[in-house]
Design a protein around this ligand. Structure first.
Ligand code: BTN
Length: 327
């Protein structure tokens, strides 16, 4: 994963926690002139960053634009592992791609990759994920749980439960619901998608990459035409703009809590909560899989995350991967 020099410089300032960094030091580190460094700082200023020049000490980052400030994130988090290491980017193709690279580098359990903007955000079933700049939470959490590879899909359900809890704890004006397998809907429209990828060797999980995309501060007109009737944001539903850092912290807090619970005690509590928050179970649904269309009442999820649908003829069908319409 290649970061531009400007992103690298920004990364250094964001990690400096308000301490000044000398222009000469940056010039030496990047093997360019001080003028080149100054030009990058000017370009960052145009993007909304504010720097103060401190005599003989260099530049200090004073303010960031409306960004997910991870200095603030660290202070809000109550986790032991999740989000304790953060790789923050202004712009990436996809945080999933960055996470794959980081797994190869051996980063620890709970490492978070977060970006303001994804140019090629990925959704489930090879779809694109619209990730407009500065409006949402686009993040991938790298975890290394001691579970067998076949249990990995359950972690997607753990994640959905955690996101719903984070929203319930943060917002009063709406009720989030889970649509199988992993969409979080509010008033029937999608706020959140979850994409879990696994890197495994034989019978051992090397890492799970939990990608979470939350529409946070978009207005309805920010969504492209194709999403107008199916997507919404937390701000639209809550009726006001929302602090993204606080929501990231809440999601990570609940995710570590329920993730650890799941690894220690298994699936029963997660399954119970998932079914409680679900708008799928008990509804008439149409499931479109790659091979067929199944219609009927969604009656349960199994321990492997399969959705069971009772068809009109009484036959129960298990659906592994599908698009679901609630009828
Ligand atoms: C879905 O199709 O519903 C899943 C969407 C997952 C989107 C998130 S945004 C952060 C992470 N990076 C990606 O490219 N995708 C996931």
């Amino acid at each position: 994963m290649q970061r531009s020099m400007k992103d690298e410089i920004l990364h250094r300032f964001l990690n400096a926690q308000g301490e000044p960094i000398s222009g000469q030091q940056l010039a030496d580190d990047f093997q360019v002139s001080r003028t080149a460094i100054w030009k990058h700082l000017q370009s960052l200023q145009q993007e909304g960053y504010t720097f103060e020049t401190i005599k003989k000490r260099g530049y200090k980052l004073l303010a960031v634009p409306d960004r997910v400030d991870f200095g603030q994130l660290k202070q809000l988090l109550t986790t032991k592992r999740y989000g304790q290491q953060v790789h923050y980017f202004e712009r990436v193709e996809s945080t999933q791609l960055v996470a794959h690279d980081l797994v190869r580098q051996g980063v620890p359990d709970g490492t978070l990759v977060i970006a303001e903007h994804q140019t090629a955000g990925r959704g489930r079933m090879q779809r694109e994920w619209e990730s407009s700049e500065g409006k949402g939470i686009w993040m991938t959490l790298i975890i290394r749980p001691e579970i067998a590879p076949h249990q990995a899909p359950q972690f997607t359900l753990v994640t959905a439960v955690a996101v719903v809890n984070a929203m319930k704890a943060s917002f009063q004006n709406f009720t989030p619901q889970i649509k199988w397998p992993n969409d979080i809907l509010v008033n029937g429209k999608k706020t959140t998608g979850i994409l879990t990828e696994m890197i495994a060797e034989e019978n051992r999980i090397q890492a799970l990459l939990i990608g979470i995309g939350i529409n946070v501060n978009q207005e309805q007109t920010d969504f492209p035409d194709a999403l107008q009737t199916i997507a919404t944001s937390v701000a639209i539903e809550e009726g006001q703009q929302v602090d993204r850092v606080q929501l990231v912290a809440k999601v990570l807090d609940f995710l570590e809590h329920y993730g650890d619970h799941y690894v220690k005690h298994g699936f029963p509590l997660i399954k119970k909560l998932w079914e409680e928050y679900s708008c799928t179970i008990g509804s008439q649904v149409r499931a479109t899989t790659l091979r067929e269309v199944v219609e009927g009442e969604a009656i349960a999820i199994t321990d492997s995350g399969v959705l069971e649908i009772r068809q009109a003829n009484g036959e129960i069908k298990g659906v592994y991967s599908a698009d679901i319409e609630i009828l």
